[in-house]
Design a binder for this molecule. Structure first.
Ligand SMILES: [Zn+2]
Length: 238
């Protein structure tokens, strides 16, 4: 019909003049939620915040080894930055305890996690030993009977992150262990500390100096965190 045809043309014209965002009501959403991958389910990745703690920094250089030179604080920061990238790709919110080569006191790192309402605290470190044959990855959690819920969650997270890292890097697993490290003890949320390899082991040091290897390590950490959080029930809607 002629009139109907006119109406359709008019509607088509109006829609073509409006920005797409207005037509589909996307303008009301925040840029963050509209840029989320469409594969995310409501209440999943986007509602979680992860504090990534790159160990050491500034005057606190951490472990060091020579020929070739390798410094822990640098490895921690590079791995944390790569992990951040992977977690963000998965839709998580990530807060870093440091993004440059600066000294950050341990208490400040814990404080940052609290301020950011972080759901997880993940500290990244690298190992050293007088025994240059020692190698592999280990993940620590803090086990206090008084904080049973946190302990159980931290242990589950530690296991999944270790599995993720070993799967990606093929490194030796030294297992999940209890420890009393300040940052994992004092933070209120599930917390782990990863020792991503030995700078004192010649073969492992060669790997750690390769960006491709650190990418595998970071991807493994992100895999473990993602698996852990996906097993949890959605906490709140987007
Ligand atoms: Zn360290």
């Amino acid at each position: 019909m002629k009139i109907r045809g006119h109406v359709l043309i008019y509607i088509a014209l109006v829609f073509s003049l409006l920005p797409l965002q207005t037509v589909f009501g996307l303008k009301e959403r925040s840029p963050r939620s509209s840029s989320m991958a469409s594969t995310l389910l409501p209440g999943q990745a986007a509602s979680y915040t992860i504090l990534l703690d790159a160990g050491h920094g500034g005057r606190d250089r951490g472990a060091r080894a020579h020929r070739p030179f390798c410094e822990e604080k640098r490895l921690c920061l590079e791995t944390a930055k790569l992990t951040k990238r992977y977690l963000e790709q998965l839709g998580y919110r990530v807060v870093m305890s440091r993004t440059t080569d600066t000294f950050v006191p341990l208490s400040k790192r814990v404080e940052l996690a609290t301020q950011a309402h972080s759901d997880l605290f993940v500290s990244i470190h690298f190992n050293a030993s007088q025994n240059t044959a020692a190698s592999g990855v280990e993940v620590f959690y803090h086990g206090a009977p008084a904080a049973r819920v946190k302990m159980k969650a931290s242990l589950a997270l530690a296991n999944l992150v270790l599995q993720g890292v070993i799967r990606r890097t093929q490194a030796i697993s030294r297992g999940v262990k209890k420890n009393n490290f300040y940052v994992i003890r004092e933070s209120a949320m599930p917390s782990i500390l990863i020792e991503g390899g030995f700078v004192t082991h010649p073969g492992e040091r060669r790997n750690l100096k390769e960006k491709l290897y650190l990418e595998k390590l970071a991807r493994g950490i992100a895999d473990g965190i993602d698996t852990y959080l996906k097993k949890k029930k959605p906490r709140r809607a987007l």
